[in-house]
Design a binder for this molecule. Sequence first.
Ligand code: CP3
Length: 343
Amino acid sequence: MAEKKLLRALAGETLPTPPIWMMRQAGRYLPEYRATRAEAGDFLSLCYNSELAAEVTLQPIRRYGFDAAILFADILLVPQALGADLWFVTGEGPRLSTITDQAGFDALKPADAIHDHLAPVYETLRILTRELPSETALIGFAGAPWTVATYMIAGRGTPDQGPAHALKAENRPLFEALLERITEATITYLSEQVKAGAETVKIFDSWAGSLQGEDFQKYAVEPARRITAALKELHPGLPVIAFPRGAGERYEGLHKVIGADCIALDDGVTAEWAAKHVQPDGCVQGNLKSSHMVTGGQALVDETRRIVKALSGGPHIFNLGHGITPDADPENVQLMIDTVREG
Ligand code: CP3
């Protein structure tokens, strides 16, 4: 069944050269992305314009022939669908209305009331299933409940997720109710993405690393486990990628406790360490430092080769450790791909 290279790696196959795609592969480093975003008006309008969102998803596939396309959307569309106000401040990032008390929580919509709002996202996926090359896998995604909650509580990105940690300490029942609502919404959102054509889904827990001790287990691992189990029950055989960024040594054993087919690695662990401690349990994805896409040169080639070699003994999907940045040089992306595929 699984002919596409990405799906073969997710199924546990060790391939002669790893499939490759890149977090934020449709993004501001590409002139064609900037042109389409200008045509849409702004970032959120682009997310909700299915034709244009499909177009920017396809742009890096056309330019580079990546083995996978990732749906163009954002993890913060879910809070918006639950009723939060959301806008983006140019050069700064997202802003949301905050949830700090019971009244704010009570104003949220139920988890299953999000689909009208998110219908354009499902339409983007349907367009992509028709337009993607047959060898390109289609990845859906959502934010993990903890990461999404950090934005809903603070109303913006925060360096240390302070407001979310504070709410967790001061009003744990409210904090847990919010995580529960996001978890339920995420299950139904990702299930609709699969029905619309996503062949695998990735759960982005960008701020998992700031959860300490038992909190990591309760608020990063457990929600990811529940989402994965629910999706696999609804869609038997669906491969799931989990990205608990900043997990460090806690990456070890996560395939098993989450039930995920693939664990995505940031650049905080070495590929050699991951080959020994994480890859024996299943596919790993990662983990080149994004800054190489800015600096390029021999260091990019050497690091790419080192990662490919270190992880060549098991299932591996080549990727960056985090999203590509707007100042990256598109030629460095080509150099990375050529290096991965030289075999
Ligand atoms: O990877 C992809 O190409 C798919 C699309 C995608 C975007 N955001 C598009 C985007 C995905 C998977 C995301 C995930 C996302 N969004 C995360 C988790 C991954 C991570 O980066 O840690 C988070 C935390 C967000 C929230 C978000 N969206 C922030 C904090 C920002 C502003 C920071 C920035 O890079 O500008 C965004 C904006 C955003 N999301 C852009 C893109 C292409 C840039 C917006 C623009 O065009 O101006």
